[in-house]
Design a protein around this ligand. Structure first.
Ligand code: NAD
Ligand code: UDP
Length: 321
């Protein structure tokens, strides 16, 4: 039987590369696409020798062409760390808006089913905790995070419009903070930041007083949730994340314990519009997909720490964002 063909954008990034691995394992023909703006080809170099993997170095904010049949599209291209999207705000807005539009056009032309990577950031600085999918959010459109949050909100809107008006089969996953091997050590997100600091023997930088919360999901759990959502009939947005909520201060203390560093936590100013609380309500994912996270933070952090520790020393010492 002919293999099903899937296009994965953001393939050289953290999540995109794990999704490529999963769909290769499921015997799909995987077409990876990435312009490498925040990604790294090393994340997928092990796939280049496979006959069922192809890679296109392309900016999806420009017209996207793929020849032949296409059955599925996973749109994961977008800077995802606050440091990245503050550095490249216009590209971030473009990939969420123009990039999504191009890919929806491709999905329509090919009759492909398209899943988009949305985010818990559509909830902004939420006034309800945990956040159910019905919550409309509290986003500052003109604040520094607005370029990401509003691009993702537009992405959801245009995706739903293509579903309603053009009958494109679409899926929307709202991803909550996810971590694991292949994150960039210097991408500025809290987990690589803390582990990098511990490995370099520097104090761990807690922003604000560290009372803000996040809930961290291990990448394998997220990939399983996305896989199930893609093959479900559910077209409304769905939260996928681990509800195990923790303050950033407690998280820093966990990293200190895990790494055995003799360093301490130091407070830095809280970035503008930093959400005070975040935790997914996963009632829908449990009921509709039969999904819930399986990997505890303790287990997931251990695997991720081993990954970062195994990187060349030159990379561990390189701090520039
Ligand atoms: P990442 O930065 O590791 O990966 C993003 C990839 O997209 C990179 O390889 C980058 O080069 C590529 N890219 C960016 N703009 C592009 C463009 N115009 N054309 C082609 N490629 C482009 O980030 P990630 O953590 O893997 O995030 C992937 C997706 O998941 C993003 O859409 C992000 O918004 C979403 N997401 C991630 C998280 C998380 O916790 N990791 C949470 C919520 C949502
Ligand atoms: N944070 C921190 N120290 C760092 C990096 C981040 O205290 O060195 C905080 C940040 O202010 C936020 C939380 O950790 O409250 C998670 O930040 P991250 O950038 O990982 O993702 P976010 O959930 O904010 O998108």
């Amino acid at each position: 039987m002919e293999r099903k063909r899937i296009l994965i954008t953001g393939a050289a990034g953290f999540l995109g590369s794990h999704l490529c691995d999963r769909f290769i394992k499921e015997d799909f023909h995987v077409i990876g696409m990435d312009n490498l703006i925040t990604g790294d080809l090393r994340n997928i170099e092990h796939l280049f020798k496979l006959e069922n993997f192809e890679f296109y170095n392309h900016d999806v904010s420009k017209f996207v062409h793929v020849s032949g049949d296409l059955h599925y599209i996973l749109h994961f291209a977008s800077p995802a760390s606050p440091i990245d999207y503050l550095k490249i705000p216009i590209q971030t807005l473009k990939v969420g808006s123009l990039g999504t539009h191009n890919l929806l056009g491709l999905a329509k032309a090919k009759g492909a089913r398209m899943l988009i990577a949305s985010t818990s950031e559509v909830y902004g600085d939420p006034s309800v905790n945990p956040q159910p999918e019905e919550y409309w959010g509290n986003v500052n459109p003109v604040g520094p995070r607005g370029v990401y949050d509003e691009a993702k909100r537009f992405q959801e809107a245009i995706t739903m419009a293509y579903h309603t008006f053009h009958g494109v089969e679409t899926r929307i996953v709202r991803i909550f903070n996810t971590y694991g091997p292949r994150m960039r050590l210097n991408d500025g997100r809290v987990l690589p930041a803390f582990i990098g600091q511990a490995l370099r023997g520097e104090p761990l930088t807690v922003f604000g007083d560290g009372s803000q919360t996040r809930a961290f999901c291990y990448v394998d759990d997220l990939v399983e949730g996305i896989y199930r959502l893609l093959f479900s009939d559910y077209v409304q947005p769905m939260n996928i994340g681990n509800p195990d909520e923790i303050t950033i201060r407690e998280f820093g203390e966990e990293i200190i314990k895990l790494t055995g560093t003799d360093q301490e936590l130091v407070c830095h100013p809280l970035p503008t519009d930093d959400p005070k609380q975040r935790r997914p309500d996963i009632t829908k994912a449990k009921a509709i997909l039969g999904w819930e996270p399986k990997v505890s933070r303790q287990e997931g952090l251990k695997i991720t720490y081993e990954y970062f520790k195994s990187l060349p020393d030159k990379e561990i010492q390189h701090k520039d964002f």
